[in-house]
Design a protein around this ligand. Structure first.
Ligand SMILES: C[S@@+](CC[C@H](N)C(=O)[O-])C[C@H]1O[C@@H](n2cnc3c(N)ncnc32)[C@H](O)[C@@H]1O
Length: 248
């Protein structure tokens, strides 16, 4: 396990010190998951460099045995229990998947998927995604997923929503030309919020051509736990695919 509790560093810039995510721990974990946190997580855990250096994401997948064979790196912010992340990693063994999630019980659930599926192309930041994004070089990420982000329903908390001007600027910087930003929500206000903010951003273009494009989850998009729970509760998810426009 990382030796530092998840959360912003004391020396983090002011906007990173603001709370944007919910709980870090849930109910007590079974021994099996505690063991995974103690034995498997240290092999997969990454941290943004403390000294402000940039980190080449492909280098995170090099093992002591040598080159990783990783052709591109994708990023998932807030992977929850990791069904989508683990599914993408299994479907794309030549893609390095970085997942960020400060909720330790969720991290333990992802580790369970990896223990069962044997994916070798996953790295985990058990923490806020933003400092890691800031440590990535320009145009270094081939795809990013922000699926069913916390809705923060109270108006005074809307600024905590992950998709907004600050984080869209962060993502625009690190996404490669033509890279996809995939988002989803089953809270209509949040879906509209993400659509409006990303639509308004000059670096992104919406890929939907027909209503089916945002109503139906694409086949190469594994279902996440939140989507499944929402459907069981009668909610209708919205799937948003944007493309990072080519620079210059
Ligand atoms: C509503 S859950 C959805 C989880 C998952 N994407 C799914 O669809 O099942 C949102 C998750 O985003 C995480 N989160 C919120 N802010 C985050 C941040 N700044 N960096 C990384 N994860 C974050 C939360 O801890 C939470 O687990």
């Amino acid at each position: 396990m990382p030796d530092r509790p998840p959360g912003p560093r004391d020396d983090a810039p002011a906007d990173l010190r603001e709370k944007v995510y919910g709980r870090r721990r849930g109910r007590r974990l079974r021994l099996y998951k505690t063991n995974l946190l103690e034995t498997l997580l240290p092999r997969l855990a990454i941290e943004p460099p403390a000294d402000g250096r940039r980190v080449d994401p492909v280098s995170l997948f090099v093992t002591p045995e040598g080159a990783s064979g990783i052709m591109d790196v994708w990023l998932e912010v807030g992977f929850g229990s990791g069904e989508h992340l683990a599914g993408q990693a299994a479907a794309h063994p030549d893609i390095g998947m970085i997942g960020c999630e400060p909720f330790l019980n969720g991290v333990a659930n992802l580790l369970e998927h990896i223990d069962a599926g044997g994916q070798r192309n996953i790295r985990i930041l058990a923490d806020d995604a933003r400092p890691l994004i800031d440590a990535l070089p320009d145009a270094s990420i081939g795809r990013c997923f922000v699926l069913f982000p916390d809705p923060w329903p109270k108006i005074r908390h809307h600024k905590r929503r992950f998709i907004g001007p600050d984080n869209l600027a962060r993502l625009s910087r690190v996404l490669k030309d033509g890279a996809e930003l995939r988002m989803a929500s089953d809270v209509m206000g949040v879906a509209m919020w993400m659509l409006e903010h990303t639509w308004r951003h000059p670096d992104f273009e919406w890929l939907a051509r027909t209503a089916e494009d945002w109503r139906r989850r694409p086949d190469d998009w594994p279902q996440s736990r939140y989507e499944q729970k929402g459907i069981e509760a009668g909610r209708k998810p919205v799937f948003l695919r944007f493309r990072r426009k080519p620079r210059g």
